[in-house]
Design a protein around this ligand. Structure first.
Ligand code: NAD
Length: 426
């Protein structure tokens, strides 16, 4: 089929390349000139494992092209997917400006027999409104891929959700995803929109739940890692998303929980579980900063190294990452902040000094704070690095190291190791 993908961020670009790999003829459209120029030069504007070779292969096979010309791309399409951003606006209300523009751009060039698919995460009722406006069936097909494994997730999804009103649309969706083995959940558009928010809020709740328990473990001298292992073994609970730490970030969980709360507020329906998950998460950065303050006495005039700025490993994305709130708080308290991340791009807190490597970042600092569980940090040689610190304080916001390992290290080197929900090593 001829497929047009509108909006080439993490989702749109991955979807475009993967659909081309499935054999479709795909044109990716973005309003960002610089992005399209880069793509047409063979560069990839975001870093996502496996994505660059997939794009290169399909461009070479002439199944994948990029343009800013939406009219030309859409007028020849059998299927048009919209994957533009839907960031949080004031009070958590999703900002649909990008979506409105994308739909407006399509109104006079949408072929009568083309299927329009909204892939962006949108408030319940949005796809219905677009369908009414365009007077045709429009599909809501939420995306569940994870940054860091987006390409893998596209080809191996747990399910494909199709919110639509007609058999015709459902049939075309099956053709679009032919080659992918996954249960198809066909439902109405509003439920499909609801599925996406409900899934993300549930995962956010799981993370906040274990973080809440981690705080209690610290007060009661228990180890949250053992607790998580113990409860995760129950298949009704499962091990996923039970790693206590600095809290969730990224472009989805924070904004999608807030959007759900906004929808609840609009309809007079309170969502206390989701509200608590959000509040617990917002307090995580402060908790880590307080640990640093307690270990050092004061943060004023102290030098702190942050290891990891992205909201999780295997991505270059720093949107709503805990590192942003942590570095702002440290700076407010008078600390000098240095940071290193293997992939992060455009860190928004200007006063943070970005170092080219770990060695430079941690040299002469009063504390090291680990905020992203990159493998590079997991395998670091602390025996070599510890003596280069001014003060041997490590605050491990991701529980990267085994306690026994740190206790062993502490027998040869002075060390104060603080992690999340586990006993301190001092
Ligand atoms: P993004 O912000 O990375 O990318 C959006 C892209 O759309 C940008 O390149 C922007 O230039 C482009 N764009 C904006 N308006 C446009 C227009 N009118 N025409 C053409 N292009 C336009 O977004 P993302 O992270 O890829 O997310 C896209 C959607 O998918 C969001 O609704 C998000 O909630 C949802 N989602 C994201 C993820 C994720 O992991 N990032 C996972 C599942 C769902």
């Amino acid at each position: 089929m001829n497929v047009t993908v509108i909006g080439l961020g993490y989702v749109g670009l991955t979807t475009a390349a993967a659909l081309a790999e499935l054999g479709h003829c795909v044109v990716g459209v973005d309003i960002d000139n610089v992005k399209i120029e880069k793509l047409n030069r063979g560069d990839v504007p975001v870093w996502e494992p496996e994505l660059a070779p997939l794009i290169a292969k399909n461009r070479q096979a002439q199944r994948l092209a990029f343009t800013t010309d939406v009219h030309n791309a859409a007028s020849q399409a059998d299927v048009i997917l919209v994957a533009v951003g839907t960031p949080a606006g004031p009070e958590g209300k999703p900002d649909l400006t990008q979506l409105e523009r994308a739909v407006s751009d399509l109104t006079d060039c949408l072929p009568s027999d083309a299927l329009l698919i909204i892939k962006s995460t949108v408030p319940v009722g949005t796809t219905d409104q677009i369908a009414t406006r365009l007077q045709r069936d429009v599909v809501h097909n939420p995306e569940f891929l994870r940054q860091g494994s987006a390409v893998h997730d596209f080809f191996h999804p747990d399910r494909i959700v199709i919110g639509c009103e007609s058999k015709w649309a459902a049939g075309r969706m099956c053709r679009l995803y032919q080659g992918i083995t996954a249960p198809m959940i066909v439902c109405d558009r509003r439920s499909a929109e609801m599925i996406k928010y409900t899934a993300n809020a549930f995962l956010a709740m799981k993370i906040s739940y274990i973080n809440m328990i981690a705080d209690l473990c610290e007060s009661l001298d228990a180890n949250v890692e053992d607790v998580a292992r113990g409860i995760g073994a129950d298949h009704r609970i499962g091990h996923a998303f039970l790693q206590a730490g600095a809290g969730y970030g990224g472009s989805c969980f924070p904004k999608d929980t807030q959007a759900l709360l906004y929808m609840g507020a609009q309809t007079g329906c309170s969502l206390p579980l989701v509200e608590s998950a959000d509040q617990i998460n917002q307090l995580r950065p402060r908790r880590l900063v307080t640990k640093a303050e307690r270990a050092l006495g004061t943060l004023s005039g102290k030098r702190v190294a942050l290891l990891g700025l992205t909201y999780k490993p295997q991505t270059d994305d720093v949107r709503s990452a805990p590192s942003i709130a942590v570095s702002r708080m440290l700076l407010e308290k008078g600390a000098e902040v240095h940071a290193y991340d293997p992939r992060a791009r455009r860190f928004p807190v200007q006063q943070v000094a970005i170092s080219p490597d770990v060695d430079t970042a941690v040299r002469d600092v009063d504390a090291v704070m680990i905020l992203t569980e990159w493998d590079e940090f997991r395998h670091m040689d602390w025996k070599r690095l510890l003596p280069t610190l001014r003060c041997p304080v490590i605050i491990d916001g991701r529980n990267l190291y085994r306690l026994e390992e740190m206790r062993e290290l502490g027998t040869t080197y002075p060390l104060h190791y603080l992690s999340v929900g586990r006993p301190e090593v001092n």
